[in-house]
Design a protein around this ligand. Structure first.
Ligand SMILES: [Zn+2]
Ligand SMILES: [Zn+2]
Length: 90
């Protein structure tokens, strides 16, 4: 059914092996696309993209309105009130 396949990485141009077991895994998950990047580049891309969006540094804070602990994307300072997302929307 599946056999190892050599693919050239889109990012670094190196050959990498799309192994039979990986192909099986992809087929199981219903992915029809072959990977375009080697493992290293995939990991690197994952890290950069997650760093840019949701995995931002979050700081623990206490909401100045309802007193609930919450997380904010900036360092809370004593001279500025911090609100949780619920209170912030209001
Ligand atoms: Zn690569
Ligand atoms: Zn609140």
């Amino acid at each position: 059914m599946f056999s190892d396949k050599n693919i050239v990485c889109k990012d670094c141009g190196q050959n990498f092996t799309f192994t039979a077991s990986e192909q099986e895994f992809f087929a199981e998950k219903g992915f029809s696309n072959e990977p375009q990047r080697c493992k290293d580049c995939r990991v690197a891309r994952k890290q950069t993209s997650s760093r840019g969006s949701e995995q931002r540094m979050m700081f623990d804070a206490v909401c100045a309105n309802c007193g609930r602990p919450c997380k904010v994307p900036f360092e809370p300072r004593s001279d500025r009130p911090v609100y949780c997302s619920d209170c912030f929307r209001r």
